[in-house]
Design a protein. Structure first.
Length: 256
């Protein structure tokens, strides 16, 4: 059973002295994409990354250091520092067994690196799946989502089939859009969406964004710490005061 999370824009490179990090499968692709970003001017970066000029300058500086090899690296699971990852780590330090399980069963999407294992060594970067960059060689605009779709999808299928062919999806729509769902679902992989809902004035609704991210991070930590390998084990997730949980049509749904 594999679980996939979205990355976060916030990255704080963090080292773990007792664990050896691994090289991302698509490390060279990250360098390729960031070299394209580096070739763009600040105005173009602002437009294509949909960021302020200040963030565009920072994104270009990060790309420079990644491309020249001077950027610091840290393990993905420790260095992503957004809401979901804070919730993941707020439950205490990972045990050695949990970290080993995470390395084999927890995946993180990435606009720069495509797909990461938890101990993969990453540099700080700014490149989202929704971003576009200018491919000066082809004189065209390159969609990051479309770039990764034919690259990441077969890798995810291979990883899943080398396990039990189950993928738990806790990723955002932006990350999921980087996968070719038609090929994935026709491959024999059982792709299960994990959803957290609540009763609102107009019926069942997804949790508010920040709370949803916290639940995804907490669920990922539950999955890792308990080394879950079945839907029944996942149903025992006890955080969030959910009243019901059901598995229907390839969706694991928690409701409160």
């Amino acid at each position: 059973m594999q679980l996939i999370l979205s990355p976060s824009k916030q990255i704080k490179i963090t080292h773990h002295n007792h664990v050896v990090g691994t090289k991302p499968v698509f490390d060279s692709n990250a360098k390729y994409l960031l070299s394209k970003l580096l070739a763009m001017d600040i105005e173009a970066i602002t437009k294509h990354l949909k960021v302020s000029s200040q963030l565009a300058i920072h994104a270009k500086q990060l790309a420079y250091h990644l491309c020249d090899g001077s950027a610091e690296r840290g393990m993905a699971i420790d260095s992503f520092s957004g809401v979901a990852f804070k919730a993941f780590h707020n439950l205490g330090n990972l045990s050695e067994l949990s970290r080993e399980f995470a390395q084999s069963h927890l995946l993180i999407g990435s606009g720069a690196y495509g797909l990461l294992h938890s101990n993969d060594l990453i540099c700080e970067y700014r490149l989202d799946f929704e971003s576009t960059i200018i491919d000066d060689y082809r004189a065209s605009v390159l969609s990051i989502t479309n770039y990764w779709k034919p690259i990441v999808t077969p890798l995810l299928i291979e990883i899943a089939k080398n396990d039990d062919s189950i993928v738990l999806n806790l990723a955002s729509k932006e990350t999921t859009d980087s996968l070719d769902m038609s090929i994935l679902r026709n491959s024999g992989v059982n792709f299960i969406d994990v959803r957290f809902l609540h009763h609102g004035p107009k019926g069942l609704r997804m949790l508010p964004s920040v709370e949803l991210k916290k639940m995804r991070g907490s669920f990922a930590r539950f999955f890792v710490d308990n080394r879950c390998c079945s839907i029944d084990e996942l149903k025992c997730f006890g955080m969030g005061n959910f009243e019901t949980v059901e598995f229907v049509d390839n969706e694991l749904i928690f409701v409160r």
